[in-house]
Design a protein around this ligand. Structure first.
Ligand code: ZN
Ligand code: ZN
Length: 426
């Protein structure tokens, strides 16, 4: 028996309804905020991620599903969405359209990571990006969309952490100060951090190893090193967030693992979610489009981890409303009767072609067993045909909620169903 690969799972009927619900909520909030859907390929040339994520990051160094295809080209399953969205923006010359361009995507991402609760090797993200604006209001909009999406699902206790990671003008002064702080402490750092110290000292701040985490406490903070442009961008953003009543707190250790971030970085965490406390995160990446070979276009984006969101909903005991099926079950009083089966099959298809969800039995069950099956499927109504009904061109219509049953002329069935549906809707 071959099982699903470690770190992946099947999303089965019964839980898929929750996925459909949050995906629908994601699409709705994007419509409200003016993001349009884009679907990029699941795999890209490996080079895109080397350039677009940064080759000193954990993602690129340890976590990518990279392989040579049969033509000998190195390809990689997308570990995140932004790089591909940026590639598509450049490839389709979206910079020649009115700016900003606002895009969203929903779908699976792939990282070779150690699986645990809320962390999978194939996981799903809701990602949205705004390209082509420097305006801090756009940063506030991205954060607002993240916040509104999560709170609209009913989640509470969310923590919005905010930082500025500076820009290429001011960050070098900060990274130098960091190196000076850490160099005398080098012997106490973990092995990874000793490499990071020279390659990407910002990453020292979010190392999860306890001894490194302790040393981060005394480190210089980036907000003391921001240039005038970065400082005023950060101030305006905070002003907007206060106007939107989005509670946030400043976290100077929030640097995120990706090299292309400039200015704004944010993360939404939830206590009690265990090691995987991060639900969403994002930030501004003003240099990514250019470093991927496009024009100098500023941008900002966010990604929300859907497995984490579902885990959080479960932990907070929030039941998502399941869609009402309105299913109509068509039953034959005698499943062995050929004329009755012909009639129920015709009724079934007539109902479907009129837009009703309809189902019947295909296993020759007794009427009692068919009623049971209808209940299991959550049917709202049953249409039952017996020999008498067949003769008199009638059907029995059973209300599965009330348990009542009436005899209806066969010809009037669709009108009656439409009437009852209108009455229930109104
Ligand atoms: Zn700056
Ligand atoms: Zn470390």
């Amino acid at each position: 028996m071959v099982k699903a690969p470690r770190g992946t799972r099947d999303l089965m009927p019964g839980e898929i309804e929750q996925w459909q619900f949050i995906e629908k909520a994601a699409r709705e909030i994007c419509e409200i905020y003016g993001f349009r859907e884009i679907r990029t390929p699941i795999f890209e040339h490996t080079e895109l991620f080397l350039r677009g994520i940064g080759d000193t990051t954990d993602i690129v160094q340890k976590e990518m599903y990279t392989f040579d295809d049969r033509g000998g080209r190195s390809v990689t399953l997308r570990p995140e969405a932004t790089a591909a969205v940026v590639r598509a923006y450049i490839e389709h010359h979206l910079d020649s359209q009115p700016q900003p361009v606002k895009l969203y995507c929903l779908g699976p991402m792939f990282r070779y990571d150690r699986p645990q609760a809320g962390r999978f090797r194939q996981f799903h993200q809701f990602d949205f990006e705004t390209l082509g604006s420097h305006d801090p209001a756009v940063d506030a909009e991205i954060i607002g969309c993240t916040w509104d999406f999560l709170t609209s699902l009913g989640l509470t206790g969310l923590n919005m952490e905010l930082n500025s990671v500076g820009c290429p003008d001011c960050r070098p002064f900060y990274t130098e100060a960091l190196r000076q702080h850490y160099r005398p402490l080098q012997a106490s750092l973990c092995e990874n951090c000793r490499v990071r110290l020279e390659q990407n000292p910002l990453r020292l701040l979010d190392c999860k190893v306890p001894q490194c985490h302790k040393l981060a406490a005394g480190a210089p903070v980036i907000t003391d090193f921001l240039c005038h442009v970065c400082g005023s961008h950060f101030e305006k953003l905070q002003e907007y967030l206060r106007l939107l009543d989005i509670p946030f707190h400043l976290n100077p250790e929030l640097v995120r693992g990706l090299d292309y971030y400039t200015h704004t970085a944010f993360e939404v965490t939830l206590e009690g979610l265990g090691a995987q406390s991060s639900l969403a995160g994002g930030g501004r990446y003003n240099n990514l489009v250019e470093s991927c070979g496009g024009p100098a276009v500023p941008a900002i984006g966010a990604a929300i981890g859907l497995e984490r969101v579902l885990l959080a909903l479960e932990q907070q005991g929030i039941d998502l409303p399941l869609p009402e099926t309105g299913l109509i079950f068509v039953a034959a009083a005698d499943a062995l009767s050929e004329p009755l089966n012909r009639e129920t099959f015709c009724l079934l298809m007539e109902l479907r072609r009129s837009g009703y969800a309809a189902e019947k039995d295909y296993a020759g069950r007794s009427l009692k067993a068919q009623m049971k099956q209808a209940g299991r499927l959550g049917a709202r109504w049953c249409v039952i045909v017996g020999p008498d009904e067949l003769k008199e061109h009638k059907v029995l219509l059973r209300d599965m909620l009330l348990g009542t049953q009436i005899s209806v002329p066969r010809q009037g069935l669709l009108d009656l169903l439409a009437d009852m549906q209108n009455r229930e809707a109104g």
